[in-house]
Design a protein around this ligand. Structure first.
Ligand SMILES: NC(=O)c1ccc[n+]([C@@H]2O[C@H](COP(=O)([O-])OP(=O)(O)OC[C@H]3O[C@@H](n4cnc5c(N)ncnc54)[C@H](OP(=O)(O)O)[C@@H]3O)[C@@H](O)[C@H]2O)c1
Length: 279
């Protein structure tokens, strides 16, 4: 297959598909009907039902809600240590083969010949960017060169690991996807690193990891002033500091609110105040 032509991606929000089990297909279809165009999943049956995501996509295509070309589909390669017994690859195979097998299985699940973004779900150790990670990253690059993904990224990664990664490889990630804790400066150091290199930062658990911020009186005041909810203020803040946010809401009302948060404008001093909140 020849490499896929680049195309412009408009990404405000990614709809996250973790922890939905039997509701995955219905919720993915609903999210597309409500206006989401970016879908995040993983070939990790422990937390995601990727085949269910594919069923939801197929239902939306059949109903004429969207077509494949309208969508940004993102999935992940997950090491065995992050999986249960339902593996999408042969655990005895070399890592580079596991990547190719996992990708092949993802494409089958999602009913497509390519995804838009392929992430390494997390490095193999909590400390360094290891030789295993280097082998997996090079295998992911081969998948990209074969046209099975347009872009590559990495998730659950520290600043130190990112620095090691870009020192070893001739090509770094297009995306970093991290859990974003206010008490850790909203992952400021990693976001800065990304900004300096044109890497798009995707933030997850913006509400669940920052419950104190959602309840903070200042956030409440900002929400009241903008005729918005505190959750919308948190998402508006994320956008203002350059993140692509993920939401995995199961509620149609919250889907509407989360997408509408792109219309909530925060003044620069409000953004600074939220950035200074420790959660
Ligand atoms: N790379 C990784 O390792 C990793 C790890 C975790 C998650 N993720 C990705 O990120 C996605 C999102 O996960 P998450 O950890 O951010 O949690 P989440 O599953 O999005 O949970 C968000 C919580 O916030 C609530 N919520 C959403 N919108 C709201 C609104 N407008 N007002 C009030 N409550 C609202 C939801 O409740 P309702 O359902 O009632 O709205 C839910 O309880 C996952 O599905 C997955 O795709 C990736």
């Amino acid at each position: 297959m020849s490499p896929i032509e680049p195309r412009t991606i408009h990404l405000d929000f990614l709809y996250g598909t973790a922890w939905k089990e039997d509701r995955t297909a219905g919720l993915v279809e609903l999210a597309l009907r409500m206006g989401f165009r970016g879908i995040d999943t993983a070939n990790q049956r422990k937390h995601y039902f990727e085949a269910g995501v594919g069923e939801g996509l197929a239902a939306a295509y059949r109903a004429g809600v969207v077509c494949r070309a309208d969508l940004f589909l993102q999935t992940k390669f997950t090491y065995q240590r992050g999986q249960d017994e339902r593996l999408p690859y042969d655990p005895e195979a070399k890592l580079s083969v596991q990547v190719a097998q996992s990708m092949g299985s993802s494409l089958e699940h999602l009913g497509t010949d390519h995804v838009d973004s392929y992430l390494l779900h997390g490095p193999s150790s909590d400390e360094d960017w290891s030789e295993a990670d280097a082998e997996v990253w090079e295998a992911m690059r081969k998948e990209r060169d074969a046209g099975r993904t347009r872009l590559l990224g990495v998730s659950n990664i520290s600043l130190g690991q990112l620095e090691q990664m870009v020192a070893v490889h001739s090509e770094g990630p297009a995306f970093v996807q991290n859990r974003c804790y206010a008490r850790r400066g909203w992952d400021r150091e990693v976001r800065l690193f990304c900004d300096e290199r044109g890497i798009t930062y995707q933030g997850f658990s913006l509400l669940t990891a920052n419950k104190q911020v959602v309840r903070d009186p200042l956030v409440g005041e900002l929400a009241a002033g903008a005729n918005a909810t505190p959750a919308q203020v948190v998402f508006a803040f994320a956008r203002a500091v350059g993140m692509v946010a993920l939401t995995g809401t199961s509620s149609a009302e919250h889907m509407t609110q989360d997408l509408a948060s792109s219309g909530v404008e925060l003044a620069a001093d409000a953004v600074r105040a939220i950035e200074g909140m420790v959660g």
